[in-house]
Design a protein around this ligand. Structure first.
Ligand code: GDG
Length: 742
């Protein structure tokens, strides 16, 4: 009995801006597809699945709607336009996205212009995007939402359409939690993003920052894969965006590129070329770079007539005052460099405050001896990758900021700190002087990497993660026809095997583990199961063996304690180890760490087991307990890595125990005792340690999760008492009698 496998549906893309350019000529509207790596990567699956792309078409809608003509044109291309009035554009896009979230996420906290009234508009527009998506999506569709403009959409959409698989990708950095938690709406942003099933970032650093923000701000538990939230596992992934490589490999014989290369070589007049290209944005480090170029000319006069720099600064968000100030500053510096170091007919700096056509850009990448990409902070940085992809001869030198996400992939670049102007100047000089062999040794591996990890690799990784979502959902309820079928099988079975976890499965959690003893109802039920001649029954628990022996002896059950560490058969009186005992040297170190944390969190306590140690914080009063648990989990994971020990984040407990000993291994030991596998097997459990038990079960077993979370169990019941009700029905004498008669 396996879970339904939902075939991937259509792809619904959601981004602030649609990938189009709307043109109006002689009263005639037309729509052209915009080029760009992201649009190219996503347009394939968009078309193949006959999907939909939802976004703002780029023109302001004073009346609050799009004309039928525009919508008709978009429709033909599988697009849905979201209208924005100029006031909405200003609040949602300029003020919140560009003047609050952009500086915050790039660590420019002093530039954050947060205004509650603008945030309301951001919420409203996110709601508008979510509603349009909910209306568009059919059952089984996958939704992929892009970037920081739409961070509330995942949760809003889930509220309306919990059936959809929802992915989100952040194209800018996710900052350290120390920066992120400054923002007044930090909680709402995290909850918004956690509405997705998969959240993607460019680098592992950003996933780590996100995880620590989630722990710190929302107090949630996180794991290596993601975050447990609202009965779901939100998967986090690090996948840097790639290029549409062929664009940057267009040969130099292309007439437009050839013409541009000729123009450039005339302008260079034999000088080497240093290149900078970006939107004019304060994150990109343009004034710092110009200053470093100034210093190069001032400190190394031998280069004065041998080098020219081209700096393309594409106007961007220029209506905001900080961008206008930046433009002034860059202009002023450019003027200073040329007046100081220029000679008649020979300007050292070609500063262009405008964008250039793609062919010109390719020509510049091909001609530049050194590309200087030195952002102060950048999510990834495509320019660095484009320069590398365009170097078909494996020559040229890339100077790259260590604060760009792309630095992790482009390790052979000359990496610099953009805050250290001397290091930029030094790298520029080193690049200008580098011999051909070293250039190739550095460029060739980078180029291969950029070619391999292209935009299609990014798309298939992101969509692949979305495809897995249906399998990661909570199991479906154990009810109706399914229960009836398993009940019929129960009756006809000759030999049954029942494996039950204890805490959270048979007995709800109490504030302190010692208080969670079995009550009369549970004892009566267990006795009935244990006495059934057709049933072999086991408790498979994380509890110390002493607790199990004290409270669950004499019921006819076999007992497994310490997550499989200790076993005692139904007719035995002593526990034996579930495997070879590892040495105990690690325990003192772990105990010391746990004691420090326990001291800080009143009400928490440490549990000693023969195989492991656990720090319990269910009874902790301090709201910092979750944060401490997260820190402890991470710290122990790092300290103990490679020692054959597992660190488990259970239900309000962090445990350390030998990897080799788990409930799955204990279950396999039990199963090995049968010459013929029992014909009716039940395994029930609630927390992640029970997943080992579920995995160890043969395919025909019934695996039941108590509670709601993603699990490999076949079905779920909502509570301990629902499980007890079901077991009582199966093991009541009347039910047994029907079996005997039949
Ligand atoms: C954000 C993140 C992340 C630039 N000038 C011209 C021109 N460009 C093109 C480049 C490149 C793109 O613009 C810029 O991309 P970046 O990645 O460098 O930077 P952002 O715009 O800040 O992008 C960034 C990116 O999202 C993707 O996830 O890498 O970290 O900040 O493709 O070629 N194109 C043309 N003329 C120009 O003058 N034709």
């Amino acid at each position: 009995m396996s879970k339904p496998n939902t075939a991937s549906g259509r792809l619904i893309l959601v981004s602030n801006r649609l990938p189009i350019i709307v043109r109006e000529e002689a009263d005639q509207l037309s729509i052209e597809l915009a080029s760009g790596g992201l649009a190219t990567g996503l347009s394939g699956p968009h078309q193949e699945t006959q999907g939909r792309w939802i976004g703002w078409p780029g023109m302001q809608s004073p009346g609050g709607g799009l004309s039928g003509e525009v919508q008709g044109l978009l429709d033909k291309r599988g697009m849905t336009g979201i209208p924005l009035s100029s006031e909405e554009y200003d609040s949602y896009y300029m003020q919140v996205a560009n003047r609050s979230l952009w500086p915050l996420f790039h660590y420019f906290t002093d530039r954050v212009h947060y205004q509650p009234k603008d945030w309301e508009v951001y919420e409203r527009i996110n709601q508008r995007f979510a509603e349009a998506t909910a209306a568009e999506a059919q059952p089984g569709d996958r939704v992929f939402i892009q970037d920081f403009h739409l961070m509330l959409v995942p949760a809003m959409l889930r509220e309306m359409r919990p059936d959809l698989s929802i992915g989100f990708f952040l194209h800018i950095p996710f900052p350290s939690s120390e920066i992120f938690r400054i923002f007044p709406k930090r909680k709402q942003i995290l909850e918004g993003l956690l509405g997705a099933d998969v959240v993607g970032f460019h680098t592992l650093d950003y996933t780590r920052h996100f995880r620590s923000s989630v722990r710190r701000v929302l107090g949630l538990e996180t794991s290596a894969h993601g975050v447990q939230y609202d009965g779901r596992e939100v998967r986090l992934m690090a996948q840097p965006l790639g290029l549409d490589v062929p664009t940057w490999q267009t040969p130099s014989t292309d007439p437009a590129i050839a013409a541009e290369m000729l123009k450039l070589s005339e302008a260079a007049a034999g000088r080497k070329i240093v290149l900078g290209v970006e939107r004019l944005d304060y994150t990109k480090g343009i004034p710092e770079r110009l200053q470093a170029f100034h210093n190069l000319l001032a400190n190394r006069p031998e280069w004065n007539e041998k080098v020219m720099m081209i700096q393309i600064a594409v106007p961007s968000r220029i209506e905001a005052e900080e961008y206008a100030d930046l433009a002034d500053k860059a202009h002023q510096l450019a003027g200073e460099i040329n007046s100081k170091f220029g000679q008649p007919g020979l300007q050292p700096l070609h500063y262009q405050f405008r964008g250039v056509p793609k062919e010109t850009l390719i020509a510049m990448y091909r001609m530049a001896d050194v590309a200087v990409v030195t952002p102060l902070r950048d999510g990834l940085n495509l320019v660095a990758k484009e320069y590398v992809a365009a170097r078909s001869e494996d020559d040229g030198v890339l100077v790259l900021s260590e604060f760009a996400g792309a630095a992790l992939e482009l390790g052979e670049a000359l990496q610099v700190s953009p805050f250290d102007l001397d290091s930029i100047e030094e790298a520029m000089a080193q690049g200008l002087e580098m011999d051909a062999q070293e250039q190739e040794e550095r460029m060739a591996p980078m180029r291969q990497r950029v070619i391999d990890a292209d935009v299609h690799a990014w798309t298939s990784a992101c969509l692949g993660a979305l495809d897995e979502v249906p399998e990661r959902r909570s199991p479906s309820m154990f009810s109706g026809q399914i229960t009836a079928q398993w009940s019929a099988d129960f009756k006809s079975a000759q030999k049954r095997l029942v494996l039950l976890d204890y805490d959270g499965t048979l007995r709800p959690f109490a504030e302190h583990p010692d208080q969670a003893t079995p009550d009369k109802r549970l004892l009566a039920l267990l006795k009935r199961i244990g006495n059934d001649p057709n049933t072999d029954a086991w408790i498979v628990s994380g509890r110390p063996s002493e607790f199990l022996a004290q409270h669950l002896s004499g019921l006819g059950f076999g007992l497994v304690g310490e997550h499989g560490g200790m076993l005692r058969g139904p007719h035995e009186t002593e526990f034996t180890p579930g495997g070879s005992l590892p040495d105990d040297e690690w325990k003192n170190d772990v105990l010391q760490i746990m004691e420090q944390v326990a001291q800080r969190v009143p009400g928490s306590h440490i549990e000693h087991k023969s195989m492991g140690l656990g720090w319990h914080y269910r009874a902790a009063r301090s709201s910092a307990a979750e944060t401490q648990a997260g820190e402890l989990y991470q710290h122990l994971g790092e300290v103990l890595s490679g020692q054959g020990l597992d660190v488990l984040a259970g239900n309000k407990v962090i445990e350390v125990r030998p990897t080799e000993l788990n409930k799955g291994r204990a279950a396999r030991t039990i199963l090995e005792n049968y010459a013929t596998t029992p014909d009716w097997i039940l395994a029930a459990g609630d927390d992640t340690t029970d997943e080992d038990l579920f995995h160890a079960m043969p395919a025909q077993a019934l695996t039941l999760l108590v509670g709601e979370r993603p699990s490999s169990a076949h079905f779920r019941l909502c509570s301990c008492s629902a499980l007890l009700d079901q077991l009582e029905r199966w093991y009541e004498p009347q039910f047994q009698a029907t079996r005997t008669q039949s």
